[in-house]
Structure formats: structure tokens, C-alpha cells
Design a protein around this ligand. Structure first.
Ligand SMILES: [Zn+2]
Length: 323
């Protein structure tokens, strides 16, 4: 079963999260594979999607936020868009639009950042929005400060965390056809740090803090993709941090779930307008819309479609004569 564990380093301003997606990840892969419109992802794309799903789960559980976290890459290579979306209860889904051939063994930049125009967006979309409220979105490029192309998604997201939260973060991500996993280590803000910034005591304190974080982040960075994919959570944490005292929280269970619905698709068809809907009906007999995330097909025939565009008063009564 998929699992996510949060932990603190006792007495140190450092926290961590480790996630291992198994059934949730193979469900995403399986649905893509059985989607006849797309077929399975090439392995290089699947690896990126698994890393995005694991990173999305880590980032969602790292914030206190009641809404969906949407991690998106807008690419300028064969992967045009890649999306991983995670709900506060760690229900997650992912999809990608791939155009053209993906040569075997390509690196991240060859997938999404060929001309250095690729970017990564992190959107926080609140569940209960006030009228007119926009989701929060942060965008980072897929290159470093000197326009060097980044070849690891973890580096891209470390930049985002530093930029948006001013927090040092170390991320390790890995995915294969069975497991998508990640480890996040983050330096916690120290209380009163700003007020004391001028004092030498504070500076000394800060040095100590950074040393702790740096030591732990270095240990985390020594974790290989193979270890992260193959070892269970307890073994990973014991091997990396056997000299540290960890405070562990009860594990959570990420799972695959898609939030698509017939009502949403109906709304989409309404937004096309009556004329376009009727044109599709005339051409194909019905309107069929497939969900990119889960593969579910929604079908609207001429009667269904007519109802979508009927004025409110003309809709047939919901309560039937039988009652
Ligand atoms: Zn769906």
C-alpha cells in the first residue's frame, strides 16, 4: 500500500517527509496504459510523472492548506504538459500530453526544456473560494541562475521552495514502473530569528542551525534512486539518520482518485455553446469526452445534449409520476 510518513529531528529545526507510492502509482500507470486514445507513457515520461506524483504528495503534506496542489510542467519538447494534482487527503491523479517521439534514454531537458523555455508551475487552489478569489500560483523556470538546464525535477522544486517559502529544502525523487518515491528535508524557520538578526548570539545560533540542517540534508542527498525505490521506509530512515533522533508521526495513505464527473463535463459542453455541440452531434451522433486523468468516457447523445441547453423551465420534472 502507498504510504507517507512525516517526521521531525528531535530538538533541531529540521523536518522531513518520505513518500512511497505503490498501488496509487501503478493505478495511474495502468489507467494510462489502457487508455486506447493515448497508450502507455514512454518509460522516460513515466519516470517524470512518477517523480511529479511523489513530489506533489510531499509538497501537499508539507503545507497546511485546504485545497488542491497542482504541479504542472509546461514543456517545449515532446512533453507539452505534465500535471500531478494532490488533494489534502492525499488523493492524487496525474496526466501528460506527449506529442511526437520520445527517443529512449532522454534526459529531463530533452523531454520538457529543449529550447530552455520550459517552466514549472505550482498552483494552490482553495476548496472554498470567496467570490472572485484566484488560486495562488508560483512559477519557476527549468534552468538555474546561469540559464543552465536542470536535469533533475528535484532541483527545479528546491528552487521553487527557496523562492516561495524562503526555506532550504532537499528533495530526492525516483520512479520506476512499480514505485514512485520521494524524500523531503526542510529547514524550519526559527522563531524570533528576524528580531535577533543583528546580535552575535543570534548569528551563532544560526550557524548551529544551519550546521544541523546541512548535515541532515547531506545525509539525505546520499540516498540513491535505487535505495529509495527498493528499500522500505523504516530501512531508508534508519540507514540515513541512524545517529539522529527522529520523532515520527502516524503514516498517511496516498491513493489514486479522480475528481472528474458527468456534471463537470456537462459544464464543459455548455461552454462550447449550442451551435458547436449540435455540429458535433450531427457529425458523430453523440458527444464523447474522455477524462485524461482516469480514462473514463462520458457520452452525451442528442437528448442529453438538448437538455444541457434547455432553458431551466423546460427541463423535465425530476420527480416522476410514480411517486
Ligand atoms: Zn477522471
Amino acid at each position: 500500500m502507498s504510504e507517507l510518513h512525516k517526521f521531525l529531528f528531535d530538538g533541531l529545526p529540521v523536518r522531513g517527509i518520505i513518500v512511497r507510492l505503490t498501488d496509487a502509482w501503478t493505478e495511474i500507470l495502468g489507467r494510462r496504459e489502457s487508455n486506447t486514445a493515448t497508450g502507455p507513457w514512454p518509460p522516460e515520461v513515466a519516470e517524470l510523472m512518477g517523480q511529479m506524483a511523489a513530489a506533489g504528495a510531499l509538497m501537499q503534506s508539507n503545507i497546511k492548506f485546504n485545497g488542491s496542489l497542482i504541479l504542472q510542467i509546461f514543456g517545449d519538447g515532446p512533453v507539452k504538459v505534465a500535471v500531478a494534482e494532490v488533494q489534502p487527503d492525499l488523493a492524487l491523479r496525474a496526466t501528460a500530453k506527449v506529442v511526437g517521439e520520445v527517443p529512449p534514454g532522454v534526459r529531463l531537458s530533452q523531454l520538457v526544456n529543449v529550447a530552455n523555455h520550459g517552466r514549472c508551475a505550482i498552483t494552490l487552489d482553495p476548496k472554498d473560494k470567496h467570490p472572485g478569489q484566484q488560486p495562488y500560483q508560483g512559477v519557476v523556470p527549468l534552468h538555474g541562475d546561469h540559464r543552465e538546464k536542470l536535469e533533475r525535477l528535484s532541483e527545479v522544486l528546491e528552487h521553487y521552495m527557496l523562492q516561495s517559502e524562503q526555506l532550504d529544502t532537499k528533495l530526492v525523487l525516483a520512479a520506476d514502473e512499480k514505485v514512485a518515491a520521494g524524500l523531503l528535508i526542510q529547514r524550519l524557520p526559527v522563531e524570533g530569528e528576524g528580531n535577533l538578526a543583528g546580535g552575535s548570539a543570534a548569528r551563532e545560533e544560526r550557524i548551529g542551525v544551519d550546521e544541523d540542517y546541512n548535515r541532515i540534508a547531506t545525509l539525505a542527498a546520499s540516498l540513491t534512486a535505487q535505495e529509495l525505490l527498493e528499500l522500505d521506509v523504516d530501512t531508508v530512515l534508519r540507514r540515513l539518520f541512524w545517529e539522529e533522533k527522529l520523532l515520527r508521526f502516524p503514516p498517511q495513505t496516498p491513493r489514486f482518485a479522480c475528481s472528474c464527473s458527468r456534471e463537470r463535463v456537462a459544464g464543459m459542453i455548455r461552454s462550447l455553446g449550442r451551435q458547436e455541440a449540435e455540429e458535433i452531434l450531427a457529425e458523430r451522433g453523440d458527444i464523447e469526452v474522455g477524462c485524461d486523468f482516469c480514462g473514463h468516457q462520458y457520452r452525451f447523445d442528442a437528448v442529453d445534449a438538448a437538455q444541457l441547453f434547455a432553458p431551466k423551465g423546460d427541463q423535465p420534472p425530476v420527480t416522476s409520476a410514480v411517486q
